[in-house]
Design a protein around this ligand. Structure first.
Ligand code: BTN
Length: 251
């Protein structure tokens, strides 16, 4: 790892001053989501960010793993102690995906969001988000491929990075600072202002107007995507609302 690739908390403080004393940094940890859950339960404040350089047991959705190449990626988790009713908590995943998409747009790439919370550039995944909830806590885990140069063969054509899409290396502090500003705003809109999230999300919706199929429970479902329902589900033509699904893809 080159020196310029190391996290510099001081720089993050300069770039996003209000976050300076809200970041808990671990040189190494298993999963930032686990650390965030642990710290949240121990009393860490709302909007504390857990950030690591080496995440050695990163977790993805549906029980998969998540690899954050050393010095090239962002792996962090935001602790929330929301005041909004827990029936609205699924909206946090959408706000987080939107915030990352908007943050990355500052670096000259055109982003899309794929329900529920993937962020894509030219159809390839550049960020994964894992939202977990327990008692009064929500943890938003974010993994961004910033300066990743290569992916394992099985991710070819599926994953990408800001470096590969923009042709430039970026300072991770700068990328994280842009995302945090958007995240603070969008996470604050999951209550009465959710319509604003919905509009901005739908503008970037990768599958809007397309016929998609997905696995809902044990069943395969298909339909044309209209956008988001007011509850944050995927709205299909005919008015059907999908609350939870796996493997959403074009068909
Ligand atoms: C996905 O499967 O798309 C979600 C990936 C989420 C990865 C991030 S990296 C930071 C945080 N800690 C984890 O263990 N996972 C999330």
């Amino acid at each position: 790892m080159r020196e310029e690739d190391e996290w510099d908390g001081g720089v993050l403080g300069e770039l996003a001053p209000e976050w300076a004393d809200r970041v808990v940094f671990f040189e190494e940890c298993g999963s930032t989501n686990d650390e965030a859950m642990r710290l949240g339960r121990l009393g860490a404040d709302h909007f504390t960010l857990v950030l690591t350089e080496r995440q050695v047991a990163g977790r993805g959705r549906r029980g998969s793993g998540w690899v954050s190449p050393l010095g090239e990626a962002i792996a962090c988790s935001l602790i929330l102690k929301p005041e909004v009713d827990s029936v609205l908590w699924s909206r946090f995943a959408l706000s987080a995906g939107l915030a990352v998409a908007e943050g990355l747009e500052s670096f000259g790439v055109s982003t899309e969001v794929k329900w529920p919370n993937d962020v894509l550039v030219r159809g390839k995944k550049i960020c994964g988000i894992l939202v977990e909830k327990r008692d009064d806590l929500v943890v938003i885990g974010i993994g961004v491929n910033v300066n990743v140069r290569e992916f394992p063969e099985e991710l070819n054509g599926v994953a990408s990075s800001l470096l590969l899409e923009s042709g430039k290396r970026w300072r991770r502090e700068e990328v994280l600072a842009k995302i945090l500003v958007k995240l603070k705003m969008r996470a604050g809109q999951v209550g009465g202002e959710f319509e604003q999230v919905k509009i901005a999300w739908e503008e970037r919706c990768a599958l809007r107007g397309e016929m998609v199929e997905m696995r809902v429970g044990g069943e395969l479902k298909s339909g044309v995507v209209l956008g988001l329902s007011s509850g944050g589900g995927l709205l299909l033509e005919g008015g059907e609302e999908i609350i939870q699904a796996d493997l959403v893809r074009r068909c």
